[in-house]
Design a protein around this ligand. Sequence first.
Ligand code: NAI
Length: 286
Amino acid sequence: KGKRAFIAGIADDNGYGWAIAKSLAAAGAEILVGTWVPALNIFETSLRRGKFDESRVLPDGSLMNITKVYPLDAVYDSLAEVPEDVKANKRYAGASNWTVQEVAESVKRDFGSIDILVHSLANGPEVTKPLLETSRNGYLAAISASSYSFVSLLKHFVPIMNPGGASVSLTYIASERIIPGYGGGMSSAKAALESDTKVLAFEVGRRHKIRVNTISAGPLRSRAAKAIGFIDMMIDYSLANAPLQKELLADEVGNAAAFLVSPLASAITGTIIYVDNGLHAMGVGV
Ligand code: NAI
């Protein structure tokens, strides 16, 4: 029987979320997507107009089908928490039911259950600032959007996840090694995400037989990464220094994610898997 996946954090065809969706679709999963509210219109319009059709092609030649796109802002757990100015904001006013709790309820109403939960989102408003120059609000916003968002998604989706289900998120090595330029508390947010991967693996493993893993991915020229400002340098650094001196394709991360949420990985939980051409293993650049 085909599995159903909910992938949070797709707004174009350049990021890891899109690649994960494709790998899961190629393996036969039904794809549901959660798209950040301010990016929803352009994503849906582009999808409808065929702008992504070339990137929708699966290995068998068919096109990936996205069954439904839900508006989502993973910074808000329920409607009661949404401030008036956000409700009134014209980028939000056109959509509804986009808090984490409401999205989980909508998915339950539409489909009953899911098997796979993917978290492929992050946001740090002060990411270009060094940690020492990051404001309290900027730091907490990074943690809220990039770390707690996973806790919240898992919490609200676990009740509709089938036993044997699995979740996966995306992290970055700046959590454990110094990567100057990955600022604004984003390095801290990834450290929290990785630690939470272990604690949550325990909690939902014991209670619900659900697995939780995270992929520490190498650099990809996604929309989010371009906003940080140093992505080309990181890609060049990896090409020069990693054990595998090749471009890292988003599909390679997509395939690893598809493995991790599949029965092939049925004993793997609470882990960080590096999909980075091996760069994490280097001690010095040579
Ligand atoms: P991306 O831009 O494709 O994905 C980030 C997504 O997060 C966007 O679709 C954005 O709309 C969404 N988003 C931001 N705030 C949100 C919110 N409050 N609610 C819902 N959605 C929200 O970029 P990318 O790089 O593929 O990012 C996916 C994940 O991969 C992130 O966790 C990122 O930190 C991680 N990653 C990326 C690397 C890279 O070099 N691109 C390296 C290692 C990890």
